[in-house]
Design a protein around this ligand. Structure first.
Ligand code: NAD
Length: 474
C-alpha cells in the first residue's frame, strides 16, 4: 500500500466504505510510531465511522473545557486520553468508552500512532512545544493551548514547521478570537478606521489574586502524592521537588520553569488581533520595568515595552506597552476621556485618526445579560466618540473551526504560523522581566538579547537530560 499524506478532507471524499480499518491496520501495522523518532510522511485516515480521531493530552483545568468543546463536534471521536493526574480519569469514568487512558503522552502517541488524526494539548506551558512538535512531525493536526511555546526558540520552530507543512492543521487555544466583538475589532483596525497605528497599550489585572508570583524559590519538598506522576509533570523542565498546592494544579504559572507569567497567560488573548492588524514581525528591542522578580518567579507587576520596525499599517516604529498586576495607563495618556471604563483586560490602539478600545470580554450580570460588550469603541483626536459601522458576522466556535479545518473546510486564524510569531514576542517580553529595568536589544536571528548574552539560555532554553525533542534542540 502506498503511503501518501492526505488531509482529512481528501480522505473523507475518497473513503471506500468497503475498506475497513482492520484491513488498513493489517497492511500498515509494520510501522510503529516512536514519538521521539516520528515519521514525516504518515498515512492517516479517519476512523471507521468517518470521524476525526483525536487524543487529548491533559484533561484537568482548561483541558476539561477543550475536551468538552471538541467532543461536542459531531465528527470527532476521542480514542486516547492522557493526564499525569489520575484523578482526571476517575472524574471522566465511563464518559469516553472508546478512549484508552495513559499517563505518559509519549506512550500514547507511540501506541495509538496511526489511528490518531489530531492531538489536543492542554498541559502547562512548558510542555506545549515538545508535544506539539512531536505530534506535527508524526503528521498529526494539533490544537494547542496558549501560549504556544515557552521560549522564543520553541515558538519560532513551531511556526516554521507549520509554515512548511501546510497540510498539518493547527490552532492555538485563544478561543476568544472567535467572539464576534473581537473579530469586529480586527476588521475595523484592518480597514484603517483609526488610521495607521502610532502606539499600542495592553493590560491585564493578573496575576494578583490568581496565582503566586514574585516569590523566591520555595525551599524543601515532599514525596509526590500517589495521584500525580511528578516526573512526567516536570517533563522537559529541570528537576525540582514536589510541593503541595505550589505548582500542580494551576499554581505553576508564575514559575519561570513552567509558565510565562501574566504576559504569557493573558497576552495571547488580548494582543492577538491588534498584533495581526498591525502586521507586526519580531521586536527589535524590549524593556521590562519591575522591581520584585525573583530567582524563580516573574514580578507581581510590570510594564513591558516592545518596539517593532514599521509596517504598512504603522506610522513609523511601533511601541507595544504591556501592563499587568493592576498597572494601567491613564485614559488621558491614550487620548480617551476620563469617564470611559477601560476594563480590567483590554487593549487600546492609538492611531493617526483616532483611538480604539478593544475590550477582551463582554461583562454579564447575574442573569447572564451582557452589561458591557466586547465591541470596539473609538474616539477621534478631539476625544469625540466615533460612529463605528460594525460588520455583521456569523457566530463561530474556535475549537470546531479547527476541526472543520482538519476536514479542509476552514482556515483557523490562530494557526501556529501566526501564533508562533505572536508568542515569540511574548517570550521575549517574559525573558526581559528577568533582566528588569534595562533596555535590551533583541537579535532575532541569533534569538538572544545582544547586550545580555545570559539571555540565551532563557530564549533558547535547553531541555532536561533524556527529554530531547527533534526539531527543538537549542
Ligand atoms: N484558553 C484559555 O482561556 C485558557 C484558560 C486556562 C488555561 N489555559 C491554558 O491551558 C493550559 C493548562 O492550564 P490550566 O489552567 O488548565 O492548568 P492546570 O494545572 O489547572 O491543569 C493542567 C492539567 O494538565 C495536566 N498535566 C500536566 N502536565 C501534564 C503532562 N505532561 N501530560 C499530561 N497531562 C499533564 C494536569 O494534571 C492537569 O490536569 C495552560 O497552557 C494555560 O495557559 C487556557
Amino acid at each position: 500500500m502506498k503511503r501518501t499524506r492526505r488531509n482529512a478532507a481528501e480522505v473523507t471524499s475518497s473513503l471506500d466504505r468497503t475498506f475497513s480499518r482492520r484491513a488498513f491496520v493489517r497492511g500498515a501495522a509494520t510501522f510503529a510510531a516512536l514519538p521521539l523518532m516520528p515519521r514525516m510522511d504518515p498515512f492517516r485516515m479517519l476512523g471507521p465511522n468517518g470521524k476525526l480521531q483525536l487524543v487529548k493530552i491533559a484533561v484537568g483545568g482548561m483541558g476539561e473545557s477543550d475536551l468538552r468543546e471538541l467532543s461536542a463536534h459531531p465528527n470527532v471521536e476521542f480514542i486516547g486520553l492522557c493526564d499525569v493526574d489520575v484523578r482526571g480519569k476517575e472524574k471522566l469514568a465511563g464518559k469516553f468508552p472508546n478512549a484508552t487512558w495513559f499517563a505518559d503522552w509519549r506512550e500514547m502517541l507511540a501506541k495509538l500512532g496511526d489511528r490518531i488524526d489530531g492531538v489536543s494539548i492542554s498541559t502547562p506551558d512548558h510542555m506545549h512545544a515538545p508535544i506539539a512538535m512531536t505530534a506535527m512531525q508524526m503528521g498529526k493536526h494539533v490544537y494547542c493551548q496558549k501560549p504556544l511555546g515557552h521560549s522564543a526558540l520553541e515558538n519560532r520552530r513551531l511556526a516554521e514547521f507549520a509554515a512548511s507543512h501546510p497540510k498539518v492543521v493547527t490552532q492555538m487555544g485563544t478561543q476568544r478570537s472567535a467572539m464576534i466583538g473581537r473579530r469586529q475589532q480586527l476588521q475595523l483596525l484592518r480597514e484603517g478606521v483609526i488610521g495607521k497605528f502610532k502606539e499600542i497599550h495592553a493590560w491585564s489585572d493578573r496575576p494578583a489574586g490568581w496565582w503566586p508570583q514574585g516569590e523566591p524559590r520555595p525551599q524543601g519538598g515532599e514525596a509526590p502524592p500517589a495521584w500525580l506522576s511528578w516526573d512526567l509533570f516536570l517533563g522537559v523542565a529541570p528537576e525540582r521537588p514536589y510541593l503541595p498546592n505550589r505548582y500542580a494544579p494551576f499554581n505553576w504559572r508564575g514559575t519561570y520553569d513552567f509558565g510565562c507569567g501574566a504576559l504569557g497567560d493573558m497576552g495571547c488573548h488580548i494582543m492577538d488581533y491588534p498584533f495581526m492588524a498591525a502586521k507586526l514581525g519580531l521586536p527589535v528591542s524590549v524593556r521590562c520595568d519591575a522591581t520584585d522578580g525573583t530567582d524563580d518567579e516573574y514580578p507581581t507587576k510590570e510594564t513591558i515595552t516592545l518596539t517593532y520596525a514599521p509596517t504598512d499599517m504603522t506610522a513609523g516604529n511601533l511601541q507595544v506597552k504591556w501592563y499587568d498586576g493592576g498597572l494601567k495607563p491613564s485614559n488621558a495618556s491614550m487620548g480617551i476621556l476620563d469617564d470611559v471604563d477601560t476594563r480590567s483586560n483590554a487593549i487600546v490602539v492609538v492611531g493617526e485618526k483616532g483611538t480604539m478600545l478593544c475590550p477582551l470580554d463582554p461583562e454579564y450580570d447575574k442573569a447572564g445579560k451582557v452589561v458591557k460588550s466586547d465591541e470596539p469603541q473609538a474616539w477621534d483626536p478631539s476625544k469625540k466618540a466615533m460612529a463605528l459601522k460594525l460588520p455583521k458576522l456569523e457566530k463561530r466556535n474556535h475549537w470546531h473551526h479547527w476541526v472543520d479545518g482538519c476536514f479542509g473546510k476552514a482556515k483557523p486564524e490562530a494557526n501556529f504560523e501566526f501564533a508562533g510569531l505572536l508568542c515569540e514576542s511574548l517570550s521575549v517580553g517574559a525573558a526581559a522581566s528577568r533582566f528588569a529595568n534595562r533596555d535590551l536589544q533583541y537579535d532575532a536571528k541569533a534569538m538572544v538579547f545582544s547586550n545580555e548574552p545570559a539571555s540565551k539560555v532563557i530564549l533558547q532554553k535547553p531541555y532536561r537530560a533524556g527529554w530531547a525533542v527533534k526539531g527543538l534542540e537549542a
